[in-house]
Write a protein that binds this ligand. Structure first.
Ligand code: HEC
Ligand code: HEC
Ligand code: HEC
Ligand code: HEC
Ligand code: HEC
Ligand code: HEC
Ligand code: HEC
Ligand code: HEC
Ligand code: HEC
Ligand code: HEC
Length: 331
């Protein structure tokens, strides 16, 4: 491996010298262009290196280039560059490469290039800044200060622009869900519980509810609140109802887990205990009818009223009722 690079190195010396020259021409032409949307990074980047052009990079990195060629960036930068920065190709992301060429295989020379792998050691903030100069606004508006940003995630923890692994999004893993679940093992387990959102069944992805790039609401939700998130797909639960059930309006998660649960219908707690968490402190049938003894068959025979849908055998319209006589959600 190393020998291969050595022989390439000597073969390249001439080419590099010629490359530097054209890079200087390129740099001057950049300064002449001021309308460029994505500014070319300051010359101080990579130890004051200058741009050498992608042909030089490809001479040593042909395997990487073979993969890169199929990506959205390669298409955009090579076939239809919108500004001078995009024309830089490899160096649009990795920064100017002249110093990298001096001793590319030496670990001591890592500061000569913006690298996006953990081992290379470029600070995460600097890596992300390279991407964000072109990808700011829109979905990325709230990246600064988001949970992922403050936990030091880099764009390349989820994206791999060097290969087209996914049809869209240039993700690291073959799908959105696999990309997220590679870190979020607990959520992966939740989606495998007895009752769960049909995520592993391919009917939805994490980004139907979350924006991994940041949001203004809790837990990186795309919508402003939990309930707005749910109404996107369960519009019939939005109401308004003639008779509202307070906890439903307040937060769907009073009763449901968002990802999955071992109780029926993604419920946080089995019925009737679910209802009895809030009902039954006072008098009434809510607690007395359905105590634990009856459920476990402890002494008394299980009440038919706690079978099946339990309290909902009678209070069936638990999300709210539009029936004039539905104050108790029985119809
Ligand atoms: C003379 C051969 C040669 C040339 C030309 C060359 N590289 Fe490299 N490059 C290497 C070697 C050798 C390594 C080190 C590989 C290692 O440490 O595993 C390397 C490593 C890298 C890395 C690895 C960073 C990481 O995260 O691991 C990147 C990115 C890179 N080069 C980009 C470029 C770019 C962009 C250019 C053009 C400006 C370029 N290279 C030109 C030989 C070269
Ligand atoms: C859109 C930004 C972008 C462009 C353009 C780009 N790279 Fe990369 N490159 C990255 C990212 C991000 C990684 C880290 C990928 C990873 O984590 O596996 C990377 C990794 C690398 C690596 C080290 C890891 C590996 O795959 O071996 C090399 C070498 C490399 N790039 C060379 C190049 C060359 C050569 C070009 C031009 C033909 C180029 N890059 C164009 C963003 C870019
Ligand atoms: C936690 C994982 C994660 C991180 C970190 C992340 N992304 Fe993404 N990104 C995604 C997912 C998932 C998609 C959606 C892909 C799809 O819909 O096919 C996406 C989509 C995109 C898109 C295409 C959609 C659009 O906005 O036009 C761009 C561009 C993008 N990300 C850039 C970035 C940049 C730049 C960073 C770093 C500041 C970053 N991403 C960090 C997961 C991530
Ligand atoms: C020089 C500007 C520039 C830089 C730097 C840049 N990108 Fe892009 N990126 C683009 C353009 C242009 C597109 C293509 C947009 C299109 O096809 O509409 C794109 C597309 C994408 C997409 C979406 C692919 C799709 O399916 O549409 C992702 C994800 C992405 N970039 C991530 C990154 C990441 C991560 C980095 C940093 C490692 C980065 N970009 C650096 C300009 C840039
Ligand atoms: C490289 C690892 C990594 C990947 C990949 C990743 N995350 Fe995260 N994520 C984290 C870390 C670290 C945290 C913060 C600590 C925690 O809550 O576990 C976090 C937190 C979160 C949170 C909680 C935010 C909050 O404010 O409480 C959500 C939601 C989230 N990630 C969604 C996603 C989604 C969706 C994806 C895929 C697009 C994804 N993550 C991919 C590492 C990752
Ligand atoms: C149907 C919508 C939905 C989908 C799909 C979804 N989530 Fe969530 N997620 C939520 C809601 C709602 C919360 C809780 C918000 C709160 O407590 O305020 C949440 C919370 C989280 C949290 C914070 C910790 C926790 O568990 O409460 C993480 C991390 C997370 N989700 C990751 C993921 C990942 C990874 C995926 C994909 C594998 C995913 N989510 C898919 C709706 C969803
Ligand atoms: C992206 C669309 C989408 C979003 C957003 C969404 N759901 Fe769902 N939900 C579904 C689909 C699809 C099903 C499966 C329906 C089926 O199999 O008939 C489902 C099923 C359910 C079920 C029934 C599960 C079962 O075992 O029958 C409950 C309860 C549920 N969702 C609650 C919620 C809650 C609470 C939220 C907000 C945190 C939410 N959903 C957000 C699409 C969504
Ligand atoms: C007071 C507890 C409670 C709250 C709060 C609640 N639900 Fe439910 N939900 C239930 C129960 C119990 C069931 C099971 C109903 C059954 O077995 O007939 C259920 C079933 C569902 C179902 C599947 C069956 C159906 O009716 O379509 C969906 C979808 C659902 N809930 C969505 C939501 C959404 C969205 C919210 C927030 C707007 C929400 N729930 C708030 C208790 C609740
Ligand atoms: C998170 C707490 C909470 C949970 C869980 C809950 N409720 Fe409620 N419920 C309330 C509140 C608060 C009211 C409104 C009480 C009021 O207006 O005096 C209410 C009202 C009711 C009413 C109408 C009572 C009246 O006096 O008008 C019925 C019936 C009811 N709930 C049944 C249920 C059933 C059945 C379940 C389980 C599926 C359940 N509730 C779960 C909090 C809860
Ligand atoms: C066999 C049918 C039936 C079952 C099962 C049932 N209820 Fe009721 N519930 C009623 C009727 C009928 C009323 C109306 C009583 C009235 O108007 O005086 C009522 C009233 C209520 C009320 C209003 C306040 C009160 O005590 O009058 C609450 C709260 C309530 N039920 C909760 C529950 C809970 C929690 C469960 C499950 C543990 C449950 N119910 C199971 C029939 C039932």
């Amino acid at each position: 491996m190393f020998m291969k690079y050595l022989s390439r190195l000597s073969a390249l010396r001439l080419g590099v010298a010629a490359g530097s020259l054209s890079a200087i021409v390129l740099v001057t032409s950049i300064f002449a262009k001021t309308e460029s949307a994505a500014p070319v990074p300051a010359a101080a980047l990579n130890g004051g290196a200058i741009y050498v052009g992608e042909a030089v990079c490809i001479a040593c990195h042909a395997p990487q280039n073979a993969q890169f060629t199929h990506t959205q960036h390669a298409n955009a930068f090579r076939l239809n560059p919108k500004n001078e920065r995009e024309k830089l190709s490899c160096e649009a992301c990795h920064g100017p490469g002249s110093n990298h060429l001096k001793d590319p295989a030496s670990p001591a020379n890592h500061a000569s290039l913006v690298g996006f792998t953990r081992e290379w050691g470029t600070p995460v903030a600097q890596q992300n800044a390279m991407c964000l100069t072109c990808h700011q606004g829109g979905q990325h508006m709230f990246w600064p200060g988001s949970t992922h940003a403050t936990n030091d995630l880099s764009c390349s923890d989820c994206h791999n622009p060097m290969a087209k692994v996914t049809a869209t999004g240039l993700l690291r893993k073959p799908s959105i869900n696999e990309t997220c679940e590679s870190c979020h093992q607990q959520q992966r387990a939740e989606f495998s519980k007895r009752s769960h959102m049909p995520l592993h069944e391919g009917k939805m992805t994490c980004v139907d509810c979350h924006n991994p790039h940041g949001s203004t609401s809790k837990s990186l939700l795309k919508a402003d609140t939990v309930n707005e998130t749910c109404y996107n797909c369960h519009a019939e639960k939005r109401g308004p109802f003639l008779w509202e059930h307070a906890p439903v309006r307040d937060n769907c998660l009073s009763c449901h887990s968002p990802h999955g649960s071992n109780q029926d219908k993604l419920l946080t707690v089995a019925r009737p205990f679910l209802c009895q968490q809030c009902h039954g402190n006072g008098a009434g049938h809510q607690t007395t009818l359905y105590n634990a003894g009856q459920i476990l068959g402890g002494g008394a025979a299980p009440s038919t009223r706690i079978m099946g849908r339990s309290c909902q055998n009678c209070h069936s319209q638990i999300h709210g009722s539009n029936h004039p006589g539905g104050a108790r959600f029985q119809r």
